[in-house]
Design a protein around this ligand. Structure first.
Ligand code: TMP
Length: 252
């Protein structure tokens, strides 16, 4: 295959120039990191699972009219996506307290929140992606007021969609993170859901047992991450075929 131009290498994905202008090939790596890459490992098969799961969620969003970057999956580890300018914010939606919110506010993990709460973190690894307010976002020009209205609406639509899909397979959507991209179409611009939606960027708990089926399994050393992600994929009917790196016992 012809050598491709690498555009960007992140912690879990690498981006290459796509075959057409305005497209990007997104390659899902097996690398797992946590705590701003203080904890690292290579988890065989994670990239394959996240590629398939992100395809599943983004396609579902397309089907209900939520604009996103996904064009098509190319192979087990790669998907073609629309090129966009990533807004430097991590947009977090929480339905139940967990993780940094529980720590910050002293709320027990698993407590249902009075309504979904949307938080913004400034995307900057060197700073550890600090929590910021809309005041910071406006003052520093990271996004306009119109952008913020659109981002909030996208985030809540993704939350309703994902909560419903996960509830249907016996999983509670505790919280998740999305990233938003800006695309230019002639004189117009619009915002779309970008990056990925996968168990790397969500908290997913089994409704019956409370078992964690997301990256907290890695962050907190709770067992096999591929077992957890495979369980999510299996329940959603997204189990990859011929995914060699996966443990045979998980393919059934
Ligand atoms: P937090 O409780 O650690 O702030 O995480 C909130 C949600 O955001 C959780 O679903 C995990 C996800 N997340 C990411 O996708 N990337 C990150 O870098 C962090 C810190 C969290």
């Amino acid at each position: 295959m012809a050598r491709r131009t690498k555009i960007y290498e992140g912690k879990a994905k690498t981006l290459f120039e796509g075959p057409e202008p305005g497209t990007i090939v997104q390659y899902f790596k097996d690398d797992a990191t946590a705590f701003n890459a203080e904890k690292k490992d290579v988890i065989e098969g994670k990239g394959v699972l996240n590629n398939m799961l992100s395809e599943y969620f983004m396609t579902g969003l397309t089907n209900i009219g939520v604009p996103n970057h996904f064009i098509k999956r190319l192979n087990m580890r790669e998907q073609l996506v629309k090129a966009c300018e990533i807004i430097p914010l991590e947009v977090i939606v929480r339905n139940y307290a967990a993780g940094s919110m529980s720590k910050r506010l002293g709320i027990e993990e698993g407590t249902m929140l009075p309504r979904p709460i949307v938080e913004y973190c400034y995307k900057d690894d060197a700073l550890g992606d600090p929590l910021v307010s809309e005041e910071h976002i406006a003052a520093f020009g990271w996004a306009s007021q119109q952008d913020m209205d659109d981002i909030l609406s996208l985030a809540l639509r993704v939350n309703d969609f994902l909560s419903g899909v996960m509830y249907g397979v016996g999983i509670k959507l505790v919280d998740f993170k999305i990233e938003i991209g800006r695309v230019y179409e002639g004189d117009f611009q619009r915002l779309i859901v970008a990056d990925e939606i996968s168990p790397d960027s969500c908290r997913l708990w089994d409704i019956e047992t409370g078992q964690k089926l997301d990256k907290d399994v890695f962050r907190r050393d709770l067992g096999s991450l591929t077992d957890a992600y495979s369980e999510v994929a299996k329940r959603l009917g997204v189990m990859p075929k011929g995914a060699t790196p996966m443990k045979p016992t998980l393919i059934n």
